[in-house]
Design a protein around this ligand. Structure first.
Ligand code: F6R
Length: 235
């Protein structure tokens, strides 16, 4: 894994932006894997304000809450429209459909989309417990898209976006770790002191299902972009 320490999320976004721009310029970026949450917001803002053109690029998102449809303002579908797609339309944009309660059908359909559109570049954030996508600790490194139960730690962390903790969905559809590892190139961003412990474990402990992000050490092309606060526990 390549590690880049930046001052803050604006500088991190610029590093990510340049990698995306280069992929568009040299035609190597046909399928872009996207994440939601606070972490990629600065990157999406830079993209919105740029002249980058995604009309020939397909996007696929990591995950979606089960039970929230696209009109719910905390659904990831809604987040992506607000933060990116309304301003930068893609050739096609796919997310798991949280309104489909038939988990098996939905996850099979999503894996089919992913096998037809292999990801050239996947953007990731990291949970305080080391999750990537919604692959919580203990997830198999071979896992594919499936319905997952969110841990109390993730529900607590995400409750800041909802009126109360009770409103946070308990389950999500998420690409698996195995699915994520099929991406040709991966960039993981981590900002803020609350990510410092996960980042310390990522760089200073071994590969273990207890820390889902450590699976990335098995991938040949991963760049981890960390701000000073998230890097503060690195020795
Ligand atoms: C979001 C996702 C999650 C987040 C992670 C960090 O699509 O898959 O793994 O990247 O929970 O969330 P933030 O960025 O809100 O700290």
């Amino acid at each position: 894994m390549k590690k880049i320490i930046v001052k803050d999320n604006l500088e991190g976004a610029k590093v990510g932006f340049d990698i995306i721009q280069e992929g568009l310029q040299n035609n190597s970026l046909k399928v872009l894997g996207l994440a939601t949450g606070s972490t990629p917001e600065s990157l999406y803002k830079l993209i919105r304000e740029s002249d980058l053109d995604f009309s020939e690029v397909i996007s696929v998102n990591l995950d979606e809450y089960v039970g929230l449809d696209a009109t719910h303002d905390q659904s990831y579908q809604y987040f992506m429209k607000e933060n990116l797609f309304n301003v930068k339309p893609f050739k096609a944009s796919y997310l798991p459909n949280g309104a489909n309660l038939d988990a098996e059908a939905e996850c099979t359909a999503y894996e089919k989309i992913l096998s037809e559109n292999p990801i050239d570049l996947q953007i990731l954030g990291i949970g305080t417990n080391g999750h990537i996508g919604f692959n919580e600790p203990g997830s198999s490194f071979d896992s594919v898209t499936r319905k997952v139960e969110l841990t109390p730690e993730t529900i607590e962390a995400n409750s800041r976006f909802f009126e109360s903790k009770d409103d946070v969905p308990t389950h999500a559809y998420s690409m698996g770790i195995g699915t994520i590892l099929k991406s040709k190139k991966i960039i993981l961003f981590a900002y803020g002191e609350n990510k410092a412990e996960a980042i310390r474990r990522l760089f200073e402990e071994g590969v273990s299902e207890d820390l889902p992000a450590s699976a990335l050490k098995n991938h040949p092309d991963v760049t981890v972009i960390i701000d000073e606060a998230a890097a503060s526990k690195l020795s």
